[in-house]
Design a protein around this ligand. Structure first.
Ligand code: GLN
Length: 487
């Protein structure tokens, strides 16, 4: 296995043992990037100029026997939704083209404190709205497992980059599945933490009550390392939690003896791809073989997840995106005669079709005559869902489901029909609506060799236990070891 395909924690062990240098790792990543990026197109901005120099500085520290963090100098990528001081941040939108933030998001600052070596900013659906990365103003990213297919979304660029060995790990965001679904589509581990576990400061807002940042990684141990680096309370985000964080890599061992896992009755009725159904059945066999007790649970509210989410997320988006007025930052249309023109034309030309659809949906649902019928109703159902989850987590430790009802689809396949695209999120939306953590672990492959994911959800702030269960599954199933067939 080449260095650029190896998990971070293994590379760290090797460099501590003096078998490789951090510069070797950086060179391996750059070489891979040069080979595959023209096809994969995972990046919006590359910051590779200093990648090797930064790595050498870490090697110098190692030579002086100074302590080095596992992540220090390791080539990492960030979804282009995180503000990076001095590095363009577009959020996949024409509107923010050329926007260079004067500050770092807290996630970025925390990674820098651990020696971030940034490969670049990765492609995404515009303002994180989408499930395929086809809604990017900078063109689609391709799935390294099959370049005629999408890598999922909205963190599809980050997922594709990590899967292809163009970065060793990445940070994405998940409002309704945007970390877990691309992880599933590219055979990575993707973790959406509890709402409030990670600071949202400096993360471009889509739906503020649902947005969370989290890792996309080669394996569970790397995901645990990355989560440990970015999580924790932040005075700049009032919704970030004071709950202490843990060393999430500690305790990654063992089986699932005495663990109860729930299967959601209401999930099984959905239309699953045959391959997904088969892989999920196999995943359950693995969980059972590890000692888990699998029981059926019922959460009737989950039938309404897609409807609830596609009211609430657009409502919040329509409000959040009001800031793009052509005055404060980002794009201003050149051809304007008065203030109304500045707003209208900047927004008309700056936003893509999906973003406009969400703004219209949200504005409609929040309008005086419809506020109670849509927004308030959806809020009530959301509370019901959170209560149902709480009740179920007093009976079981985790809930298991496929991450996505479908395998990675072809570019263009679902673009014409937004409803088809929205339905892809059926299994991931509930964790965001309830604020609970969810993880996607490589769950196997379809007959055609396309990746599939197993999702596990847990109660609030149970990330450590979730990672332990995911680790036990990963070790027994072994799907994470397979790498995409890159040319
Ligand atoms: N696919 C969902 C949407 O389009 C979720 C996106 C996300 O998690 N950012 O809204």
């Amino acid at each position: 296995m080449e260095l650029c395909d190896t998990p971070i924690h293994r590379l760290h062990a090797k460099r501590l043992a003096g078998e490789i240098s951090t510069a070797d790792i950086a060179r391996s990543v750059i070489q891979r990037l040069e080979t595959v990026e023209p096809t994969i197109r995972a990046f919006v901005t590359l910051t590779t100029d200093n990648l090797e120099t930064n790595a050498r500085a870490v090697d110098a520290k190692l030579a002086r026997k100074e302590t080095v963090f596992p992540l220090e100098g390791m080539p990492i990528t960030l979804k282009d939704i995180f503000c990076t001081q001095g590095v363009e941040t577009t959020c996949g939108s024409e509107f923010l083209k050329g926007f260079v933030p004067p500050f770092d998001a807290t996630v970025v600052a925390r990674l820098k404190a651990q020696g971030l070596n940034l490969v670049g900013k990765t492609n995404m659906d515009e303002f994180a709205m989408g499930s395929s990365t086809e809604n990017s103003a900078f063109g689609p990213t391709r799935n390294p497992w099959d370049t005629s297919r999408v890598p999922g979304g909205s963190s599809g660029g980050t997922a594709a980059a990590v899967a292809a060995g163009e970065a060793l790990g990445g940070i994405g965001t998940d409002t309704g599945g945007s970390i877990r679904q691309p992880a599933s589509f590219t055979s990575l581990v993707g973790l959406k933490p509890t709402y409030g576990r990670v600071s949202r400061y400096g993360m471009v807002a889509f739906a503020s009550s649902l947005d969370q940042a989290g890792p996309l990684a080669r394996d569970v141990t790397d995901a645990a390392l990355l989560l440990g680096a970015i999580s924790g309370q932040d005075p700049r985000d009032a919704t970030s939690s004071v709950q202490p964080t843990a060393d999430y890599t500690a305790g990654l061992s063992g089986d699932l003896k005495g663990v109860k896992i729930g299967l959601v009755k209401e999930f099984q009725t959905g239309a699953l791809d045959a391959d997904v159904e088969q892989a999920f059945a196999e995943n359950l066999r693995v969980l059972r073989s590890l000692g888990a007790d699998i029981v059926e649970v019922s959460l009737p509210s989950l039938q309404y997840a897609v409807a609830i989410y596609y009211i609430l997320a657009p409502c919040e988006a329509s409000s959040n995106l009001g800031r793009y007025d052509g005055v404060r930052y980002g794009r201003r249309d050149p051809d304007v005669n008065n203030l109304a023109d500045v707003y209208r034309k900047s927004r008309e030309h700056g936003f893509g079709p999906e973003v406009k659809r969400r703004i219209m949906l949200g504005t409609f649902a929040l309008s005086a005559g419809y506020y109670d019928a849509y927004y308030n109703k959806a809020m009530g159902l959301r509370r019901w869902m959170a209560q149902e989850f709480e009740a179920v987590f007093s009976q079981v430790d985790f809930i298991a489901s496929p991450t996505s009802p479908v395998v990675p689809f072809k570019l263009g396949e679902k673009l014409a029909d937004p409803m088809q695209m929205y339905l892809v999120d059926a299994f991931t939306l509930p964790a965001n609506l309830a604020g609970i953590p969810g993880i996607s672990v490589p769950g196997g492959f379809s007959g055609q060799g396309l990746p599939l994911g197993l999702q596990l959800m847990a109660g609030r702030f149970q990330e450590a236990r979730l990672l332990q269960a995911a680790f036990a599954f990963e070790t027994a199933a072994g799907h994470h070891a397979r790498r995409p067939p890159l040319k």
